[in-house]
Design a protein around this ligand. Structure first.
Ligand code: AMP
Ligand code: GLY
Length: 418
């Protein structure tokens, strides 16, 4: 059978890599894909209706959407209207990620624990409210802002600046509504689960590293590395998360009539008062996927088909005990401005050391060299018998990769050692 994966980053490379392992999958096509997916056919189409025509013409058995933007734009609705099997929520369900105020209202209505927040469409009202709050506080642009629309403000001056910059339009439409949210203290975990609208099946826990600098310092990025499982999610905490987050999410979708058949990702803060949801994403995490899927022993294609077809109850996912660690190698300057086009050395050496190298921002030059084409360029993953073992292996592999001004964090997964 043929599978179509939409997207072209590290998460999509990992999805392609895992789907190719299914004995039922003859061919994976990726739109647009990237040079790391050498065994997948690339498809240059981007418009949803043209992709749906392509999927019908090619007799695609399953389409998987990687990023949030096409989900929020309604690609699932387009495919389903043509009777095509596609993994992901429709545009209405995707609002859980596309609008933070929608997600907050959903959580409030269905008793899902989260920080208290207030939303504003007017700068004056937001600033007035801010002047009566204690710091730190969190300012969020309401819509999609590629992970850059959240500012954790230590001081009132920072918060004021954040509110003003949202309303000044730096995040486009996304900033026309602003949420001011209580700052939650604790350790974060990424909780992903498959749901077919009838049952909800958690994936292995993970944790990512959002800040650019070691010791979780500096500005937020799309994610500098991840590991799975996250020891902060103990068996006791899983029980609470299953009850208070995942089950309530499923019941909420049913009560609201949301057709959510895909993966839900809850960013959870483990606070002294229990887990609280920071945000919902309606797609796989990046780079969490690069640490989670290498531990999945079950057939991902089967699980995704069951998710779309409503037969997830019959699916059991099994996981390798071995932890996995993914270290992102990035372009110097990221998340600020950075150069592109540098030749990447050492990918083969890293693979020879047992690592799986997932491409994110890469391209190929005229001479066939793999070159840098983005901020986050590669995700290098290793499994190990213990987390320490996985860390040692992954860093041995990462050390062999370089290009001009490349960098990576040296402390990925270290919290799991504590
Ligand atoms: P979000 O896109 O809402 O997940 O926010 C991105 C990151 O900002 C999160 O992963 C947290 O590190 C941080 N963050 C978001 N909301 C809060 C909050 N209420 N309290 C503390 N940190 C937060
Ligand atoms: N790793 C964070 C995200 O995928 O949103």
């Amino acid at each position: 059978m043929k599978v179509l994966v939409i997207g072209g980053g590290g998460r999509e490379h990992t999805l392609v890599w895992k789907l190719q392992q299914s004995p039922k999958v003859d061919e994976v096509i990726c739109a647009p894909g990237n040079p790391g997916m050498s065994e997948a056919r690339a498809c240059p189409i981007t418009a949803p209706d043209e992709l749906a025509e392509f999927a019908a013409r090619e007799n695609i058995a399953l389409t998987v959407v990687g990023p949030e933007a096409p989900l929020c734009a309604g690609i699932v609705d387009t495919f389903r209207a043509k009777g095509l099997r596609i993994f992901g929520p429709d545009a209405e369900g995707a609002q859980l990620e596309g609008s933070k105020s929608y997600a907050k209202a959903f959580m409030a209505a269905h008793g899902i624990p989260t920080g208290t927040a207030k939303s504003f469409t007017n700068e004056g009202d937001a600033l007035d409210y801010l002047s009566r709050q204690s710091m730190p506080i969190v300012v969020k642009a309401d819509g999609l802002a590629a992970g850059k629309g959240v500012i954790v403000a230590e001081t009132e001056a920072m918060a004021v600046e954040a509110v003003k910059s949202c309303f000044s339009g730096v995040f486009g439409e996304a900033g026309s509504t602003v949420l001011i949210e209580e700052c939650l203290i604790g350790e974060e975990a990424s909780i992903l689960a498959l749901t077919d609208g009838k049952v909800i099946v958690p994936l292995a826990s993970s944790q990512d590293h959002k800040r650019v600098g070691e010791g979780d310092t500096g500005p937020n990025t799309g994610g500098m590395g991840a590991y799975s499982p996250a020891p902060v999610v103990t068996d006791a905490l899983w029980k609470v998360i299953n009850e208070q987050v995942l089950d309530r999410f499923l019941k909420g979708c049913q009560a609201d009539g949301l057709d959510f058949r895909g993966v839900i990702y809850a960013g959870v803060m483990v606070t002294e008062d229990g887990p609280k949801v920071l945000e919902f994403n309606v797609r796989f995490g990046d780079p969490e996927t690069q640490a989670i899927l290498p531990r999945l022993e079950s057939d991902l294609f089967d699980a995704m088909v069951a998710t779309v077809d409503g037969t997830l109850e019959q699916t059991e996912l099994t996981w390798a005990d071995d932890p996995a660690v993914c270290v992102v190698v990035a372009s110097g300057g990221y998340p600020g401005p950075y150069a592109k086009g540098h030749v990447i050395e050492g990918i083969g050496d890293a693979e020879a050391l047992g690592a799986t190298v997932f491409h994110a921002g890469t391209s190929t030059d005229e001479d066939g060299n793999t070159i840098t084409a983005g901020g986050r360029v590669l995700g290098v993953t290793c499994r190990g018998e213990t987390i320490r073992d996985a860390i040692e292996r992954v860093y041995a592999a990462v050390e062999s990769i370089s290009w001009r001004d490349s960098f990576f964090r040296r402390d990925i997964a270290h919290r799991a050692l504590d």
